[in-house]
Write a protein that binds this ligand. Structure first.
Ligand code: DSN
Length: 414
């Protein structure tokens, strides 16, 4: 009986092979993406997908959980070591479901959330009107300073005092600067609110010590596990022991059913890799590469929100340098030469989220490939060339050649 994927389902096998080839032959620079190791891939494609295990290690609803218990315990133990949290739940299927569980744990429908606006770098699950979080709760959003692109903590404090939130969210998906979690703690305390730090994008940078760690300044820390931390896909919640039971119940049975143990295995394997000293070097290089790109793009006349970056991503605001070029068109032109980024709203955005005036560029994936600052600068140059002349075939051909060369020199898996 044929058993391989190719033999059983050549259509799906072909699409999987094509996707792997796409990842090899293009530069994946979407800031939330990365390339996990073969070991993480292997863990995720195991018989663990067959097992139901509602509950938590040692306390499940079904029998036969002794091995998956071990897998989940290892992931939790490694996460505690990486981030220094007292309690960890590795079952959320995604970062959004991690946030959902925290809201369910401590808020009632109608309670108040204060969070960063999506167009200023926030996330849908922080209370956007199209997301459950914006529909179940009353939400007020803070913004970055329009002049500097940085968070204005005094304005945030005033906003908190006027709105009187039950929960203040720090964290973002497109804010290029570090968060001052201590200031968030003070502001949340001043209005008697919980502080949730969503570190989805910077999990790896925090674990490696190249971004501040919010664990001691936040009641809850949530994240996703497949971005800068480079582990199996999913979400994670960390908190103090005093919130452990309410968080665990909010995840299961509150928001989810059976955990995805094959993904939890991938989380555990990736966390183990991140405990190796080489991961600190990787994370530092992710930031150095982003800063090298930022410097070169600025030299080439592009505007960056906040003028640069402290982390793994930069947000290019095209309005000044390329007023007629939308984020959507820029994304397309770059994709055509093999640089995969995403269109992104920018502070003060006037175009729709499907068009936008900006692009977000991230360095976690290319740094996993082995890029250092010189390669990051080469990519910045080709990005600037393409944005300056998006319809020029000679420019596109040169940029494609550079991408091909870099992809061959720095393979992902092969
Ligand atoms: N999709 C992720 C991002 O790109 O930031 C967040 O969920």
């Amino acid at each position: 009986m044929p058993r391989s994927l190719t033999a059983v389902d050549p259509d799906v096998a072909a699409a999987v092979a094509d996707e792997r080839e796409r990842q090899e032959s293009t530069l994946g620079m979407i800031a939330s993406e990365n390339h996990v190791s073969e070991a993480v891939l292997e863990a995720q494609g195991t018989a663990l997908t067959n097992k139901y295990a509602e509950g938590y290690p040692g306390d499940r609803y079904y029998g036969g959980c002794e091995h998956v218990d071990e897998v989940e315990r290892l992931a939790v133990q490694r996460a505690k070591e990486l981030w220094g949290a007292e309690h960890v739940n590795v079952q959320p299927h995604s970062g959004t479901q991690a946030n959902m569980a925290v809201y369910f744990a401590v808020l009632e429908p109608g309670d108040r959330i204060l969070s960063l606006s999506l167009s200023h770098g926030g996330h849908l699950s922080h209370g956007h009107s199209v997301n459950f979080s914006g529909q179940l709760y009353e939400v007020e959003q803070y913004e970055v300073d329009p002049e500097t692109g940085y968070l204005d903590y005094e304005a945030l404090r005033e906003r908190a005092e006027a709105f009187d939130p039950d929960l203040v969210v720090s964290g973002s998906s497109a804010y290029p600067r570090e968060f001052d979690y201590e200031r968030f703690r003070e502001i949340a305390d001043a209005v008697d609110a919980y502080h949730l730090a969503d570190i989805a994008h910077v999990t790896g940078l925090v674990a490696a010590g190249v971004h501040a760690n919010p664990v001691e300044h936040a009641d809850f820390v949530t994240g996703s596990t497949h971005k800068t931390i480079r582990a199996g896909r999913g979400g994670i919640i960390m908190c103090g022991e005093e919130h452990a039971d309410e968080v665990d119940s909010a995840v299961f049975p509150g928001a989810q059913g059976g955990p995805l143990l094959h993904n939890i295995a991938g989380k555990g394997v990736g966390f183990g890799e991140a405990l190796e000293p080489a991961f600190e070097e990787y994370a530092a290089r992710v930031v150095a590469n982003a800063q090298a790109m930022a410097d070169r793009l600025r030299e080439r006349g592009l505007s960056l929100v906040s003028g640069g970056t402290d982390k793994h991503l930069l947000l290019v605001d095209l309005r000044e340098s390329h007023p007629d070029l939308t984020g959507k068109a820029a994304e397309r032109a770059l994709q055509d030469v093999g640089v995969v980024v995403n269109k992104n709203t920018v502070p003060g955005e006037t175009r729709s989220p499907m068009v936008t005036s900006g692009i977000r560029i991230g360095t976690p994936g290319v740094t996993t490939r082995g890029f250092a600052e010189s390669e990051a600068e080469r990519v910045a140059d080709l990005v600037a060339d393409v944005l300056d002349d998006p319809d020029d075939e000679a420019v596109a051909a040169r940029a494609s050649d550079t991408v091909d060369h870099l992809c061959q020199e720095y393979p992902v898996y092969d």
